[in-house]
Design a protein around this ligand. Structure first.
Ligand SMILES: [Zn+2]
Length: 304
């Protein structure tokens, strides 16, 4: 469920040039998919709808390091030319006024996530009642300046949350279609458009993203297993990757319900992707940065 680019194919014409005015289709153009791009096509590719010159991104590699496949993109130079294919997903949802954005937050259609919770919150009371993860709600974060206004560069001062991935999983069917501004991002995008399947990831990535993966198996890495050992949780990975592992202390994973019996379950996590031996890993996940997706929502990610 990675973000899909709207321009599925480009028109390639080695001899045609866009004249800046006419909506005329390149005469001898042929259809090219992003994966069929070759260097000689640079500057000779046009949008199939508005016919402005477009670029392939990235220019030479076949994949972004975060697992997104390459795609075609409009050029900002032709921003004024109307086109329905102009990357609405990448631009995200815009709000007309600060009040509109606040209203969207109040009515649960938008959330500004300042960060994911680092430490497990203290029990709400000292009565000794069993700790329930479901009782933990997101905490209020600082007021954030977010550029999601319809006018370019306009920033709104909006209340943010210190969220948990468990919170995203709780009403996942609703959250999938809710807009989020995630940490380090300044666009509001649907959760469904930002979640990355770990099985599409082929390389390290220094920027944290929200991922999901299907658990292949999970085990305590200690010779004499103790809760303080690392638990290795292997996820379904891309064919070109040796293995993909979530490496977090066993007690912390087991608190989230991840144990030897978790094969087939889906885990969501917010992380950087690092090298781990010959494979890839997500390590040092904080308390609020990972959670098991409840069974009942699993088909929303695994059956497409
Ligand atoms: Zn276009």
């Amino acid at each position: 469920m990675t973000a899909s680019n709207r321009i599925n194919h480009a028109l390639y014409d080695a001899r045609w040039t866009y004249d800046g005015a006419n909506r005329v289709r390149p005469t001898a153009s042929k259809m090219v998919l992003a994966g069929e791009y070759t260097a000689e096509m640079a500057d000779r590719l046009y949008c199939p709808e508005c016919f402005t010159p477009i670029s392939r991104s990235p220019k030479d590699k076949d994949r972004f390091s975060n697992g997104r496949t390459c795609c075609f993109m409009h050029r900002s130079r032709y921003r004024e030319v109307p086109c329905s294919l102009r990357t609405p997903i990448a631009d995200g949802k815009k709000y007309l006024t600060e009040e509109d954005a606040k209203e969207a937050i109040a009515s649960d259609q938008l959330a500004i996530v300042d960060s994911f919770m680092q430490d497990r919150p203290a029990k709400p009371d000292a009565t000794g009642a069993p700790y329930e993860q479901s009782a933990v709600e997101d905490k209020d974060g600082p007021i954030a300046e977010v550029p999601i206004g319809r006018h370019r560069g306009e920033k709104f001062a909006l209340p943010s949350k210190i969220a948990t991935v468990a919170g995203l999983c709780r009403r996942f069917d609703i959250n999938l279609y809710k807009y989020f501004v995630l940490p380090g991002s300044d666009v509001a995008r649907k959760l469904a458009d930002v979640l990355i399947d770990v099985a599409t990831v082929t390389d390290e990535c220094e920027v944290p993203h929200l991922y999901y993966g299907i658990i292949l198996n999970s085990w305590n890495a200690g010779q004499n297993p103790k809760p303080s050992n690392v638990r290795m949780t292997r996820l379904r990975k891309h064919p070109s990757v040796a293995d993909f592992t979530i490496k977090v202390q066993a007690s912390e994973q087991e608190d989230k319900g991840i144990n030897d019996e978790s094969t087939g379950r889906v885990v969501l996590f917010w992380a950087k992707i690092t090298r781990n031996g010959i494979g890839l890993a997500a390590t040092h996940l904080a308390w609020g940065e990972f959670a098991l997706l409840p069974d009942k929502y699993q088909k929303l990610l695994t059956e497409k």
